[in-house]
Ligand binder design. Structure first.
Ligand code: ADP
Ligand code: MG
Length: 291
């Protein structure tokens, strides 16, 4: 069953001031998302891989309903998105936790609209704290938690809202490599147990192959879907085997590397024409594909 369908989705931004002015001095229009067509199945773990600045976050914002397309439509369960809704929750790269609330308090706060009863909020909060492996840390404040733990709280908070769809925008980009692998493993296990539909953004190829049932590679801006690749390695095998030495893993990784490399090169040459757009993550993405 199709859960999310994007039909010719475009998003452009108008910037009026600053250093970016058109030659005639007027506003500049940036086409961030260039006409995305994509279908995501219910319960699928779908990863979107693309160079920095290609429109990944802009596309995710459109699915979340925080912004609306300039052209085209995104359907959820066959209904066009008109704005944010309780069926979708977002996890960002920045933890976005309230510093004056404990881990449990942050989750309870997010539940205030859905559950007026404080006891119920606490009960749900504790359940999701356990689910993400943070039992014993309920009363810790964000500054007392590591980056990985903070991201676990963000994930618990999103899941506690009982969304059908979890939207994740480079959620593990800021944590160290070892923590990242543990978080990926736990997320894949949780995704399977809870049967969520997940749209996950990254510019890491290894992260994409480990997590995804299917990976869509986006082109450099304006981003469109260049290619969608099936990861024909079961979740069970990904969780239990050493897939990095699996022939299929190596083959998919190479295929994605080739697709992404061309786009990183294109994104970089764009940045060179406009150095103000050059981002640290361009270097990271370039390093990942070995440029
Ligand atoms: N609110 C905005 N206003 C103007 N330009 C934006 C805005 N959001 C994103 N952009 C531009 O759209 C392009 C795509 O951005 P984004 O979706 O954040 O890329 P990615 O997540 O793939 O790195 C970039 O050129 C960015 O500068
Ligand atoms: Mg982004």
């Amino acid at each position: 069953m199709i859960k999310i369908e994007a039909v010719n989705v475009k998003k452009s931004f108008i910037s009026r001031g600053g250093i970016r002015k058109a030659s005639n001095g007027g506003p500049v229009e940036t086409l961030a998302v260039g006409g995305v067509n994509l279908k995501i199945e219910k319960g699928e773990f779908h990863v979107i891989l693309g160079p920095s600045g290609c429109g990944k976050s802009s596309f995710l914002d459109l699915i979340s309903g925080l912004t609306l397309p300039t052209e085209g439509t995104i359907f959820i369960d066959g209904k066009a998105i008109e704005g944010p809704g309780p069926d979708r929750a977002v996890v960002f790269q920045q933890y976005a936790l309230l510093p004056w609330r404990t881990a449990l308090g942050n989750i309870e706060f997010a539940l205030e609209n859905q559950y007026p009863d404080k006891k119920k909020r606490e009960e749900i909060g504790k359940k999701f704290i356990s689910l993400v492996g943070l039992r014993g840390f309920e009363d810790h404040y964000p500054h007392e938690l590591s980056g990985g733990m903070k991201q676990r709280v963000s994930i618990a908070r999103a899941l506690a809202l009982h969304p059908d769809i979890l939207l994740m925008d480079e959620p593990f980009a800021a944590v160290d490599a070892q923590t990242r692998e543990t978080l990926q493993r736990d997320l894949l296990r949780i995704a399977t147990d809870t049967e969520k539909t997940i749209v996950f953004i990254t510019h890491s190829i290894d992260e994409a192959v480990f997590l995804a049932d299917r990976v869509s590679v986006m082109t450099a801006r304006p981003g469109i879907i260049k290619s969608t690749v099936d990861v024909l390695i079961s979740r069970h095998e990904r969780l239990n085997g050493d897939i990095k030495v699996d022939e299929r893993y190596i083959q998919i990784r190479h295929q994605l590397w080739k697709l992404l490399k061309e786009e990183v090169v294109r994104a970089q040459s764009e940045s060179e024409r406009s150095p103000a757009n050059l981002l640290r993550s361009d270097y990271v993405a370039a390093a990942e594909v070995g440029l």
